[in-house]
Design a protein around this ligand. Structure first.
Ligand code: ATP
Length: 241
């Protein structure tokens, strides 16, 4: 098809200062699809996300978003152009209400009052629990609800690409399922999702594409439908970890 992917990462090399930890990683996220990045601890998943969002310098390769080269664009401008990032272990402001936390997520956009209301309503319809509790302090919510709030905050920037680093972190399995179901619902609104996960089965279940990183390189990149069984991924790449 002629339509370009939402996000195209091509031959990415990145790291910290002069230290290279990622080599020649390529991946794609399409509109209305979920790409999952799997890999054991230290494989370079977070570092890859940090380069895609502009927090780490790109040593080699390119990051294209909506057909435009983003490789050297500043992080806040990437957010403004529709790339939203929820970092691993993202904490919401416990002493602020749920609604105040969401409003903070919208600060990059100069919205009028009525538009802000519309954005909040959009997020409350996706996450009814946030609407019900909007006047309560964020710190009063469970871990899973706080993760939903962190995602809601990112959605206030009205992204076309949502990047999530281990949203399942520290959550009980049943709550992980809930978070994944929400991510699935989000992609059905037409946005693309790039998801880094340790929860292999739960994330594979909602994945359209799977990229596996090992020691800073991509060792598998495939439509999820072409991976016969999740145990193939587990045995091949996580068996000895
Ligand atoms: P995890 O699930 O543990 O976060 P990951 O796949 O996200 O794993 P990264 O966090 O990207 O892995 O780490 C990749 C490599 O980069 C590791 O060897 C790590 O030690 C190194 N690294 C991470 N952060 C820094 C940093 N700030 N400075 C230098 N090296 C770092």
């Amino acid at each position: 098809s002629g339509e370009s992917a939402l996000l195209e990462v091509d031959g990415l090399g990145t790291g910290y200062g002069d230290l290279r930890v990622v080599w020649d990683v390529s991946l794609t996220v399409r509109r209305g699809e979920i790409t999952v990045i799997l890999g054991r601890n230290g494989a370079g998943k977070t570092t890859t996300l940090r380069a895609i969002t502009g927090l780490n310098k790109v040593f080699t390769g390119a990051v294209r978003f909506q057909g435009k080269d983003m490789t050297t664009v500043k992080p806040h401008l990437r957010v403004r152009r529709g790339m939203s990032y929820v970092q691993e272990g993202k904490r919401v402001f416990h002493g602020q209400t749920i609604e105040q936390n969401l409003l903070l997520g919208g600060y990059t956009r100069k919205l009028r009052r009525r538009e802000l209301r519309g954005e909040l309503d959009r997020i409350y319809s996706l996450f009814p629990i946030l609407g019900e509790k909007r006047r309560l302090l964020a710190g009063s919510m469970s871990g899973g609800q706080q993760q939903m709030l962190a995602i809601g905050q990112a959605l206030m920037a009205h992204p076309s690409l949502l990047i999530l680093d281990e949203p399942s972190g520290g959550l009980a399995p049943v709550i992980v399922q809930e978070v994944m179901a929400k991510v699935q619902e989000l992609k059905e609104t037409g946005i693309g999702v790039l998801l880094v996960e340790q929860a292999v089965e739960a994330s594979f279940a909602i994945a359209d594409w799977v990229t596996v990183l090992d020691m800073g390189r991509d060792v598998l990149s495939s439509p999820a439908s072409a991976v016969s069984d999740v145990s193939v991924l587990q045995d091949a790449y996580f068996g000895s970890s």
